[in-house]
Structure formats: structure tokens, C-alpha cells
Ligand binder design. Structure first.
Ligand code: SAH
Ligand code: F3S
Length: 475
């Protein structure tokens, strides 16, 4: 896990700021000479969506571009959750202007949540953008690109129609090579927390059929992936009814997936507190393959704020849930999301959040200051009244509180033996491997000449720790 950067902790579902270029190689019959490059911002669902788009375009015959400079089409898959994420994309678009000048035929597309959220504003602020495509319109990408490339229309083509049935089933997802396969099992969100843009950008909640999830899981194993990361905005509210009305819930889905040979680990993100039930806790506890790690967004420790945010639980209910989970799985690692500076947050409300962090002692925290998002209930009905300086001060304070906890939680693991799924060379030292523990903690250890490599599951004795990394020795 990365240490906090600037004012925000990284979202576990995020690669905020880091840029993932995704080349596409065509493996299908049709062949086009055009090359596409996709750059992804935001949450892991966006990564998965980029892989879906990659699959759709490869199926249509598009080729891979190794870099933006090499591309005929550049798609920027965007996030709208905080204003900063959107500003980052506008900054990126300014950077791309010279490429567009050099190659006037270059097609530049904005996809994802910001496309949905800002539509015309993108066309106004970034006139170089040729197509604007929302999260439910990716199946029409090949047509839109075809229209644009034919040069018929000089204006930006906008397709941001939400589709309450779209789950992108049957698309040959083009996965980036790696250890973890990201599978969206649910799209959209029905919770409408007052601060959040997601229900507006991604539409209503819908579950992907278990057959499709299983198919993608089997394909992932065949491609050599070792870990599944199941994705949904409130992933544990997952339900799916087949045509005979048979219900599959999230526990059922997990129980099917653990049976697949070749999958070493299963993770999911993010569950919503009130969508937990005893069956799910028991399912998690009873399967070794299901990682003992939970990202459980709390947002605030104050009942008054939880009410104003329309989170559907109280502080006491949240604490009880954490207690039940820890009783069933005593060594489970946990993390959370917190927002400070939501309208009306008093000093007492803020202190209640500090208290939540101190008493729950999460292994990591993803800590944000409130960013008003147009369309949301909060933007329409309440004034963004906490001064920026106070938001910043509160964020700094909770980062310090959480850092201090991380500084105790990580070193407390010295002497323990952990199981690490090796991901890659350590960035700092190529003579070391880095991977994740079951509890999602980064762990580095010296390489030995023993055949271990990316995808190996190894036992490591923790010898040392920083507040974000375990340092160990393979045993
Ligand atoms: N259900 C998703 C939430 C997606 S948004 C999940 O659990 O991952 C991820 C996090 O961003 C939220 O949990 C919240 O802490 C934060 N967030 C959402 N809207 C925000 C806003 N308007 N300002 C600041 N942070 C926000
Ligand atoms: Fe957003 Fe709340 Fe859904 S944070 S994604 S509206 S659960």
C-alpha cells in the first residue's frame, strides 16, 4: 500500500494519478490498421472497464499502440468521484494537444464517469476531444470510432446513455497480464449517499450473471491469473435472478468461485456495511481462499454525519459489525474510507471520526476531504460550508492519526509468518520480490535461486516493517 501522498490517501479501488497505458492487440478475424491506446484513471472498476473496451475494440479488429505517440486513437477512461480527479484529466488533455497538432487525424476520446458527468463541458473546455462515451455505452465504441474516423462529423460525438440492463456479458475481455484478474460482478449503485456522484455516472445497480462471472474466472485461470478481485460499488448487495427466478446472492457467488481449481485467492471490494449478513461472514470465515481482508467504508464516526450523508447505519451498528467480523475471523485485516469536511461537520463530529479510527484501528485508511459534486443531493441542497483550510487541517489530522496506527499495526507483525502471493520485482531493489499478504499488506523479501516468481505463493517470516510495508525472509 502506498503511503499517503499530498492530501489524500490512495483509494484501494484506485490507481489515482498513476497512469495505466493499455495496448490492445487484435486477436480476431477483422484487421484494421488503426492503433488504440487506453489510459485509465480512478477505481479498479475503471481498470476492468478499460479491459472490456480493449476486448470490444480488439474484436472489431483494432490494433495495439505501444504508446500514445504511436496511436491513431487515444481513449482516456476517467473518474469523477472528486473534483481533483477531473482536473487531472483536463490537465492531461492539455498535454495531449501537441499530439493532436502533429496528427490532425488522431481521435481523442473521453470515456467513463467524467464523460457521463461533464459531457458538454468537456466539449467546451477541451475542444480537441472527438468522442465522449459514458460507462454504459462502450458496446457502441466501435461504431462511434468508425463514424469519427470517416470524418463525417467535426463536432464531438457524445454517447452517455445509461442502460439499466448493461452488464457487458459475452465480451472477450482483454486482460492486462498480471497476477490479479479484476472481474466486475456488479455495475451501478442504488445507495445514493448524498455526497456521491457514482449513482449518477454509473446508473442503477445490476448484478452480472453467475454464469458470466464463472466464465471470466475460468478464462482468468487459463491465462495464468492466481487471484480474483471481484468488483462492485456495494459488492455484497450482489443479487442475480435467473429466468426461473432462482436467486444467487454474493455468498453463493463466492461459494461457486472457491471451487475453481487454480485460483489461489479471492478478494472483493467494496462491501457496504448494511449489506453484510451472517451467511457472508460465515462464508468468508470458512474458505481459506477468500482473503481475510475487508475494505469497509465508514465515511464518518459521527451518527449525525452518517445521517446527513444518508449512510444506512449508525456508528454503533458499524462497531457491532466490525466486532462480529473480528469474532468470526480474529486476524482479519481491515481498511476504511473516510470523508472529512462534509457540510455541517462540527468539531465534535470530526472528533467522533478520529475516535472511530483510534478505536477500530484499521490496518489502512483511505482518507479524503469532501469535494462537492454537481447533481448529488448535497450539491443541490446543502452549502459546502466547511472552509477549505479547515478541511485540509482535518484531513492532515486524520492522516496523522491513521499513520500512527499503521506505524504500530505493521511492526506488530514482526515475528509472524505470512503467506505472500508474489507480484513482481520490488521497485526499490530488483534483488527482492514484492507481493501481498492475505491481509493485503505489501511484503518484500530477498530473492533466492529457488524458482519462486510472480504468481508463487510463499511463506515469509516478517523480520522488519515500516508503516506501509513488511520486510521478511522466505522460509
Ligand atoms: N461504493 C464505492 C464508493 C466509491 S467512491 C466503494 O465503496 O468503493 C470511493 C470513496 O470515495 C468513497 O467511499 C468515499 O469515501 C469517497 N468519496 C465519494 N464521493 C466523495 C466526495 N464527493 N468527496 C470526497 N470523497 C468522496
Ligand atoms: Fe457512492 Fe454510496 Fe454508492 S459512496 S458508490 S453512493 S454506496
Amino acid at each position: 500500500m502506498n503511503p499517503p501522498k499530498k492530501e489524500e490517501h490512495k483509494d484501494p479501488t484506485a490507481n489515482n494519478g498513476s497512469v495505466n497505458g493499455m495496448p490492445i492487440t487484435s486477436t480476431f478475424g477483422k484487421t484494421k490498421t488503426k492503433k488504440v491506446f487506453i489510459e485509465t484513471y480512478g477505481c479498479q472498476m475503471n481498470l476492468a472497464d478499460s479491459e472490456t473496451m480493449g476486448g470490444l475494440l480488439a474484436e472489431d479488429g483494432y490494433q495495439s499502440a505501444e504508446s500514445m505517440e504511436d496511436a491513431d486513437i487515444i481513449l482516456i477512461n476517467t473518474c469523477a468521484v472528486r473534483e481533483k480527479a477531473e482536473e487531472r484529466v483536463f490537465g492531461r488533455l492539455t498535454h495531449l494537444q501537441p499530439l493532436k497538432k502533429k496528427n490532425p487525424d488522431l481521435v481523442l476520446g473521453i470515456t467513463g464517469c467524467m464523460a457521463e458527468h461533464l459531457r458538454e463541458k468537456i466539449a467546451e473546455r477541451a475542444p480537441d476531444v472527438d468522442i465522449i462515451v459514458g460507462p454504459d455505452a462502450y458496446r457502441r465504441l466501435p461504431d462511434l470510432l468508425g463514424d469519427k474516423s470517416s470524418g463525417k462529423n467535426m463536432d464531438a460525438l457524445i454517447d452517455v446513455k445509461l442502460d439499466k440492463a448493461e452488464t457487458y456479458e459475452g465480451i472477450p475481455v482483454k486482460r492486462r497480464p498480471g497476477i490479479t484478474s479484476h472481474i466486475s460482478v456488479q455495475r451501478g449503485c442504488d445507495k445514493f449517499c448524498t455526497f456521491c456522484i457514482v449513482p449518477f455516472t454509473r446508473g442503477r445497480e445490476r448484478g452480472v450473471s453467475p454464469e458470466e462471472v464463472l466464465k471470466q474466472a475460468h478464462q482468468s485461470v487459463a491465462l495464468g491469473f492466481k487471484e480474483l478481485m471481484l468488483l462492485g460499488q456495494t459488492v455484497n448487495s450482489y443479487t442475480h435472478h435467473d429466468e426461473n427466478g432462482k436467486l444467487t446472492d454474493f455468498s453463493d457467488l463466492l461459494n461457486m468461485l472457491v471451487e475453481i481449481e487454480g485460483i489461489e485467492r479471492i478478494r472483493f471490494t467494496s462491501p457496504y456495511p448494511t449489506d453484510f449478513n451472517a451467511k457472508l461472514i460465515a462464508t468468508m470465515a470458512s474458505h481459506k481462499k477468500i482473503c481475510k481482508y475487508l475494505h469497509l467504508p465508514a465515511q464518518s464516526g459521527s451518527n449525525r454525519m452518517l445521517g446527513l450523508m444518508r449512510r444506512q447505519y449508525t456508528r454503533e451498528e458499524f462497531d457491532t459489525l466490525v466486532g462480529d467480523i473480528r469474532t468470526a475471523m480474529p486476524n482479519i485485516a481491515m481498511s476504511t474510507d473516510i470523508i472529512v469536511g462534509y457540510p455541517g461537520e462540527s468539531e465534535d463530529d470530526f472528533e467522533a471520526t478520529v475516535d472511530l479510527l483510534k478505536t477500530t484501528r484499521f490496518d489502512f485508511g483511505y482518507l479524503f476531504k469532501y469535494s462537492e459534486r454537481s447533481q448529488t443531493f448535497a450539491a443541490r441542497n446543502v452549502e459546502d460550508d466547511i472552509p477549505e483550510a479547515l478541511k485540509k487541517a482535518r484531513l492532515k489530522k486524520i492522516i496523522e492519526v491513521q499513520e500512527a496506527i499503521c506505524g504500530e499495526v505493521f511492526p506488530a507483525m514482526i515475528g509472524q509468518t505470512v503467506e505472500v502471493l508474489v507480484e513482481r520485482d520490488s521497485k526499490r531493489n530488483a534483488r527482492q520480490w514484492v507481493g501481498k499478504t492475505d491481509g493485503f499488506k505489501a511484503c518484500v523479501f530477498d530473492k533466492k535461486d529457488n524458482g519462486v516468481g510472480p504468481g508463487s505463493l510463499v511463506k515469509v517470516l516478517v523480520k522488519n516493517a515500516t508503516s506501509h510495508t513488511l520486510i521478511g525472509e522466505q522460509i
